[in-house]
Design a protein around this ligand. Sequence first.
Ligand SMILES: C[S@@+](CC[C@H](N)C(=O)[O-])C[C@H]1O[C@@H](n2cnc3c(N)ncnc32)[C@H](O)[C@@H]1O
Length: 273
Amino acid sequence: MAKKRINSFIGRIINGNSAEVLSTMESNCVDLVVTSPPYDDLRNYTKDSAWSFDSFKKIAKQLYRVMKDGGVVVWVVGDSVIKGNKSLTSFKQALYFQQVGFNMFDVMIYEKAGTSPPHKKRYFNAYEYMFVLSKGLPKTIHLIEDKPNKWANHSTFGNVTRREQDGSLTPKGKKVIKPFGVRTNIWRYNNGKGFATKDKIAYEHPAIFPEKLVEDHVISWSNEGDVVLDPFCGSGTVAKIATALKRQWIGIEISKEYCEIAKKRLGLECTEQ
Ligand SMILES: C[S@@+](CC[C@H](N)C(=O)[O-])C[C@H]1O[C@@H](n2cnc3c(N)ncnc32)[C@H](O)[C@@H]1O
């Protein structure tokens, strides 16, 4: 089947199944994916959304094909607990991504400031995984430096040195410690109603992720003008943040109802595939 040029997808919320929509897209054209798929069958999104490991596999293969070399996929996912047993679907997906060719660049943690409801026999769950997958090694990395340094504005105690190839040390003098250093790979966000976004309409979708989480990933793994895709775009969080950060974007969503929510949130027309 002849593939369509990326330009015909840009700036659209496309109502369809991602496996099918992606199969019509040319190869090597997407810089970044930030997305959160359905988690097992934790939520019955709509009758349109039959989610299975087979659906995941089709989408994973298509994602690998449409990503540019060095492109990054951020896959935000949690597990359900069935009769006291964690599903570990997240791990199975991670391993399958490697099987189709992705590099697992990092396994990051999204720590939620608001935990799930208390359980009598289990510690409160307060995290999800953020798998950072890349096609080869990431071509764009802008690490966020916002971790306050304890010794900010102090000089290093001794001289800083550089080890040369022959093993000798070259003195580089003392250095003043910067106010902020690179953050760790555990990111904490306020989630839930009123925190994830200020857009009231977005809460008509039951499982949105925080705008700030998306913003931090878009900054970390892309440049202005890059193409950012969300194949499970729900209420359109990724499209909103990509626009604000001057990236091009594509959203795909299987539910017409959620397409309408995203369309209203972004002020767009919903297009049938
Ligand atoms: C966890 S939600 C994503 C929410 C989104 N991150 C936001 O902030 O609004 C997952 C979405 O994937 C959609 N979905 C499920 N299966 C799909 C498929 N095969 N293709 C496209 N969308 C799908 C669901 O309808 C749901 O809206």
